[in-house]
Design a protein. Structure first.
Length: 552
């Protein structure tokens, strides 16, 4: 009995274990079913979220495409005019990528010169996921777009209306000047003969870096706009920064320089110090004052549009009336970022209707049919401040003499001194010669086709090992072409196949022409058929003219 009971108990335990296994299996199946149902339920919303993001990206691509259209068709310097003006309701639809799951349509809502308001609708339909087709999503954006000018559109482009400080410093470098006689010295204090030793101009950095440079008379002023600006410039018309007694020369010095009047104090003055040592007597200190302002002079003709961030300085010929040749001539628009505010006060417009600077003792008038001039613009076009900054940004880098020919939006670049094996860093199109030319084994670029819409071209000086003087045996532009030379011509000689007796003034020239027989003057120059006696006609004409002059 006991054994049977124990065995039965064991059998009862085995039955309980099977039940637990079955319960756990059922619970796992229930959990998997629930999770699967939840995942399946989320596939469609997840796909919709992805499609929504794609639709947003497509709508933004439509805005970018509209901006590109505006810049292409409104190619004037500041986007004020359009070759192909858009019309309200005009639509452009494009598909993105290789498939057709994403697309955009932008529509013109409104247009004024240079500005475009568009509505861009992006659409996206992602691929099916586990047999579930995502819902088509669309997103609509509305944007106001302004045409962006390019400095390549201008005949004249500049940031500062001054000579660069590095140019001034190199032009007025430390130097020694001989004064051969008292009469050769324009300054009475020199009392020549003798020698002037100029220390040269300088650009102030700080007391430690440039200890001998006077910050008040430094050429830093040449690298500042006329007005204060957001980039940190003080503005050379600002009293506290530049227009003050510490910097500007005395009234007598200004008058001697030919600058006086209402605008004389805000010129970009700088100076350099020196010492005059006479052949006999004591040395005296000398100061050379000058300005680096750039001026539009009378008779200067600007046929294309011009742009400057700075204020223009206009010099109408003094006391020459209002004739056209007494003032600069602007045959197109001029743009400036100066809004007429100086020293915190709004200045009155100039005689041309815009804000500019009149050269002392003139009214600053220009010859133009446009009004106002210059046109105030908020478009800020900037180039790198110097070559070193430009090189780091360059797309294509060329070495030595380089020709850049721009046609529409392509620059055709020929640069025989640029190495191509290996080529400098940059896209392959920078250094790929085109046409009937091929790169030499040691380099050279001929007619590389470079798009200029998104390319910065930098031309650097050759290294010291490069030739500095071209010779017939070592030319700068050494190009080769596949065009064959013309064949040799038949030469004249006593032993030949030509026969002058074949022609006469009454005989018809052979047709087709026979090169070995082209030796008859009548046949080659006559116009009649048959050819007239050209020798006799020319002699008669010459004798007739000589007879006329002989009678005088």
């Amino acid at each position: 009995m006991i054994r049977r009971r124990l065995k039965g108990a064991a059998l009862d335990d085995e039955g309980v274990g099977i039940i637990f296994v079955l319960l756990i299996s059922v619970m796992v199946m229930i959990m998997l079913g629930t999770a699967t149902a939840a995942l399946i339920a989320q596939i469609k919303p997840a796909g919709a979220t992805v499609s929504n993001g794609q639709a947003m990206a497509a709508a933004e691509a439509g805005i970018d495409d509209a901006a590109g259209w505006l810049n292409t068709n409104c190619g004037s310097p500041d986007g004020l005019t359009c070759d192909v003006p858009p019309t309200v309701g005009q639509q452009v639809t494009k598909t993105l990528g290789a498939g057709s799951h994403e697309s955009f349509t932008w529509t013109v809502i409104a247009f004024v010169v240079g500005k475009l308001r568009v509505s861009s609708t992006g659409r996206a339909l992602g691929p099916p996921v586990s047999g579930v087709q995502p819902v088509l999503k669309s997103v609509t954006l509305v944007g106001d777009i302004t045409a962006t000018p390019s400095f390549t559109n201008f005949q004249y482009y500049t940031k500062y209306e001054t000579f660069p400080s590095d140019f001034v410093n190199s032009f007025y470098a430390p130097r020694s000047i001989q004064i051969t006689s008292a009469g050769a010295a324009t300054n009475s204090s020199l009392n020549g003969p003798g020698t002037i030793q100029w220390n040269g101009t300088c650009t102030y950095v700080d007391a430690g870096t440039t200890p001998t440079c006077d910050p008040n008379h430094s050429t830093n002023i040449c690298e500042d706009l006329y007005f204060p600006n957001s980039s940190g410039g003080l503005g050379r018309s600002t009293d506290s920064a530049w227009n003050n007694a510490l910097r500007r020369p005395s009234a007598a010095t200004q008058s001697a320089m030919g600058i006086s009047g209402a605008y004389s104090n805000d010129f970009a003055y700088y100076s350099e110090n020196g010492t005059f040592t006479p052949t006999s007597g004591s040395s005296v200190s000398e100061t050379h004052n000058d300005t680096c302002d750039s001026t539009f002079e009378p008779n200067m003709v600007m046929n294309g549009p011009i742009y400057s961030q700075d204020a223009y300085l206009i010099d109408r010929g003094q006391d020459t009336g209002n004739s056209k040749n007494s003032m600069p001539i602007f045959n197109d628009y001029a743009y400036s970022m100066w809004n007429g505010v100086s020293n915190g006060a709004q200045q009155a417009p100039g005689v041309n209707g815009g804000y500019d600077r009149a050269y002392p003792n003139t009214d600053g008038q220009i010859s133009t049919t446009q009004n106002p001039m210059p046109i105030y613009t908020t478009n800020k076009l900037s180039l790198p401040a110097n070559g070193a900054a430009a090189k780091s940004l360059a797309t294509c880098t060329y070495t030595g003499p380089t020709r850049v020919l721009i046609k529409q939006n392509i620059a055709y670049v020929t640069s025989p001194g640029t190495p191509t094996n290996p080529a400098p860093a940059g896209p392959s199109y920078c250094y790929a010669s085109t046409g009937a030319f091929a790169n030499a084994t040691d380099g050279g670029v001929v007619d590389a086709q470079v798009p200029i819409s998104s390319t910065l071209i930098y031309v650097q000086n050759p290294t010291s090992g490069s030739p500095t003087v071209a010779t017939p045996s070592n030319p700068v532009f050494n190009l080769s072409a596949t065009t064959p030379f013309p064949g040799p011509v038949v030469t004249n000689g006593l032993a030949g196949t030509w026969d002058a007796s074949a022609y006469s003034s009454t005989a018809v020239c052979p047709s087709p022409a026979n090169p070995p027989l082209r030796r008859s003057f009548d046949c080659e120059t006559g116009t009649g058929t048959p050819r007239e006696d050209m020798y006799a006609k020319i002699m008669a004409a010459v004798n007739s003219q000589l007879g006329l002059y002989a009678a005088l």
